[in-house]
Design a protein around this ligand. Structure first.
Ligand code: PLP
Length: 386
């Protein structure tokens, strides 16, 4: 099996598994308990908090553990709207993941104004439009912009956007689920107020995430109960997974260039061999692991099925929209038509992929693409294979 769907989820790193195991076996204490077993769990959670904080240049007490990236994002948006009840306006973009899109739609149903800033044909948000929106509308409770897009890997100018929001006195949240661990992220250099992280995108398990909350802002929780996480997120801590997230954050401190080299190799080979393939999205401002390719005239579903039969896993876009009838909202927002979106496949790599896997996938594509081409209805743009 060759796994090239690392933006959907990643394999848990063996060192992460090793770090977690004692907390699934003998160290099962509740971190709130006062006896030694509980204190061992507490120490492990606090160590993980330091590891996650260190990855993004935060203070440990600015990190709150959650159950996933989606919860972090929902918490950030609810906290901002709860903290500024008189600001019934939110600003976001047309490039967001459903974890942002859906809570915004819910707020819209409750009467909030939601302004969605457009993206250009390379997937980059329009900074001038963002600034105009801040100037021309009622003050927003929060502006929320994805740091790196899960489908195209395009990296938003978060520094610029966060600074604009800060100047205008607007809270700024970023969905950094795909950015953290892949590119340098520093909450001290980039002045965001809230930032969402997910464990399973960085070789930690599923079901754990974190929210950075800048120490200077007002915060109101999404989940109330026993007052864990300094009253910011109740619920007994998922100790083993939090330990896993901490270890994964430590391992991600020094991302190697290997993933980028592998992705570039793959992409360069494909682009030079098949003249009907092009890259979706900006190739400069892009995650080092993502390659979203348009196979002109070919059906992405057919490519994915044949790749799957050969043991290769990749995705038509966002894993969350896989199986959905609608074409990718992000590619559509970039101005591509339905046919373009439905001919696009996302390959996403990790440090666990190897150069020989890339060779194998290139060889497989060399066999299956002409097969698909042979059964597709002919159009006016003939496909040629070098
Ligand atoms: N944001 C982005 C950009 C994502 O890619 C994902 C997951 O696909 C999420 C948010 C949601 O994260 P989680 O699966 O941890 O809820």
């Amino acid at each position: 099996m060759i796994y090239l769907d690392n933006n959907a989820t990643t394999q848990i790193h063996p060192e992460v598994v090793d770090a977690m195991l004692p907390f699934l076996h003998e160290n099962y204490g509740n971190p709130s308990a006062g006896y030694s077993l509980g204190k061992t769990a507490r120490r492990a959670v606090e160590h993980a908090r330091e590891q996650v904080a260190s990855l993004i240049d935060a203070e440990p007490n600015e990190i709150v553990f959650t159950s996933c990236g989606t919860e972090s994002i929902n918490t950030a948006l609810r906290s901002a709207t709860g903290s500024f009840p008189d600001r019934r306006h939110l600003i976001t973009t047309t490039a967001e993941h459903s974890a942002t899109v859906q809570p915004c739609l819910d707020l819209e149903r409750q009467g909030y104004q939601i302004t969605r800033v457009g993206i250009d044909e390379t997937g980059l948000p329009n900074v001038a439009e963002f600034e105009e929106t801040l100037d021309q509308n009622q003050p927003a409770a929060v502006a929320s912009v994805i740091w790196a897009n899960n489908e195209t890997g395009v990296i938003s100018p978060i520094d610029e956007l966060a600074n604009i929001a800060r100047e205008k006195g607007i809270l700024f949240h970023t969905d950094a689920v795909q950015a953290v661990g892949k590119i340098p992220v520093s909450v001290r250099e980039t002045p965001v107020h809230l930032l969402s992280i997910s464990g399973h995108k960085i070789h930690a398990p599923k079901g754990v995430g974190a929210l950075f909350i800048n120490r200077s802002i007002r915060f109101s929780p999404l989940i109330f109960g026993g007052g864990q996480e300094s009253e910011r997120r109740s619920g007994t801590e998922n100790v083993a997974s939090i330990v896993g997230l901490g270890k994964a954050a430590e391992l991600a401190q020094h991302p190697s260039e290997k993933t980028c080299n592998i992705r570039d190799d793959f992409e360069n080979h494909i682009l030079s061999r098949f003249d009907f393939v092009s890259v979706n999205g900006d190739t400069e401002q892009r995650l080092p692991n993502t390659s979203n390719l348009h196979f002109r005239g070919l059906d992405a579903e057919a490519i994915l099925i044949l790749l799957d039969q050969e043991g290769v896993c990749c995705s038509p876009g966002s894993a969350c929209s896989s199986g959905a009838k609608n074409p990718s909202a992000v590619l559509t927002a970039m101005g591509f038509d339905e046919a373009h979106a439905k001919s696009s496949v996302r390959f996403s790599f990790s440090s666990m992929n190897t150069a020989s896997e890339v060779d194998e996938v290139l060889e497989i594509l060399g066999r299956i693409l002409p097969r698909i081409q042979a059964v597709m209805p002919s159009d006016d743009s003939p496909v040629s294979v070098h």
